[in-house]
Ligand binder design. Structure first.
Ligand SMILES: [Zn+2]
Ligand SMILES: [Zn+2]
Length: 306
């Protein structure tokens, strides 16, 4: 056997061992051997009543190194009893290297601009989670986009048919009017529409996916559109058709951002959709460079996290 052959075997063995180790520690190892990193772009304080202490433990258990906290606006608690701007500032202050925060407010109240600006000035790195009963191309969302453009931060949108950021088929108008603002799509209607044959009334479709749905096209056609893989909706979008998911991940590898958005206190197993999504992404993404993009590189770029 030649030297060259031996080296090849060594290399393939090494990459296999690297993959095994990465799976074992629950993370990916950057090729430079640097620190293990996972950025979770979607968590909440007081989520279904969960304490800060339990949230921090949950993130550690999942192997997350940096967490982005999305506050509620002054009303509704994001329909999850989530707390608002002051609570996310407080936790990020306590753990400045591990926790970052967005600014948020209802988009259709007199205080929208003043509240969001106040927290952007305090260090918020984005606006959202925008989960309010307006149309996705309304003047209210235009106001949110205008503020985001002024501060050069992304906007995270919860799309839910008949309820939040409706008229999803018209959202492309906002992407066209605000080409410099990055939008991150999330939730049932966002993920349902990876399928060209999506029935808008079905929140968690289980059928095979035909590519070319609204979401698939927004990600392909607009450089300022990104996707948040969090929650049951993000997990189910990959699990419902794994052959489709492998191609979707390859196709949109520069647009997908990992997020958890789960309210459990465990951080592993079947009650924790965030850790299941990490496992699913590892399983469906053989290329470690693509996995690194989805786990943290895309988020670091879009959210400007160093
Ligand atoms: Zn949401
Ligand atoms: Zn969880």
């Amino acid at each position: 056997m030649s030297m060259r052959k031996n080296t090849e075997i060594d290399n393939s063995r090494r990459s296999f061992l690297t993959a095994v180790c990465a799976a074992a520690v629950g993370s990916v190892l950057p090729e430079d051997g640097g620190p293990v990193e996972i950025i979770d772009i979607h968590q909440h304080t007081h989520y279904s009543g969960r304490s800060d202490e339990d949230l921090v433990a949950h993130q550690l258990k999942m192997g997350v190194t940096k967490t982005v906290l999305l506050p509620a606006g002054s009303k509704y608690g994001l329909e999850a009893d989530a707390w608002g701007n002051d609570s996310v500032v407080a936790l990020a202050k306590k753990y400045p290297k591990g926790f970052y925060f967005f600014a948020n407010e209802l988009p259709d109240v007199p205080e929208t601009r003043s509240v969001i600006e106040k927290y952007l000035k305090m260090g918020a790195i984005g606006v959202g989670e925008q989960k309010f009963e307006v149309e996705s191309d309304s003047k209210h969302i235009e106001l949110i986009a205008t503020i985001a453009r002024e501060y050069d931060v992304p906007v995270l949108m919860h799309f839910q048919h008949g309820k939040y950021n409706t008229a999803f088929d018209r959202f492309h108008k906002i992407l066209e009017k605000f080409p410099k603002v990055n939008f991150i799509g999330h939730a049932q209607t966002w993920w349902g529409n990876i399928d060209r044959n999506h029935d808008q009334t079905v929140m968690y479709p289980k059928t095979k996916v035909t590519p070319g749905g609204i979401t698939d096209r927004l990600l392909s056609d607009y450089p300022n559109m990104f996707a948040d893989l969090s929650a049951g909706s993000g997990l189910s979008a990959l699990l419902r058709d794994e052959d489709h998911a492998r191609e979707f991940i390859k196709r949109h590898q520069d647009k997908l951002l990992y997020g958890s958005d789960c309210n459990d206190r465990i951080g592993e197993g079947e009650k924790c959709s965030g850790s299941q999504q990490l496992a699913t992404l590892r399983r469906l993404t053989p290329d470690i460079k693509v996995l690194e993009k989805i786990f943290y590189k895309n988020a670091a770029r879009v959210l400007k996290i160093k």
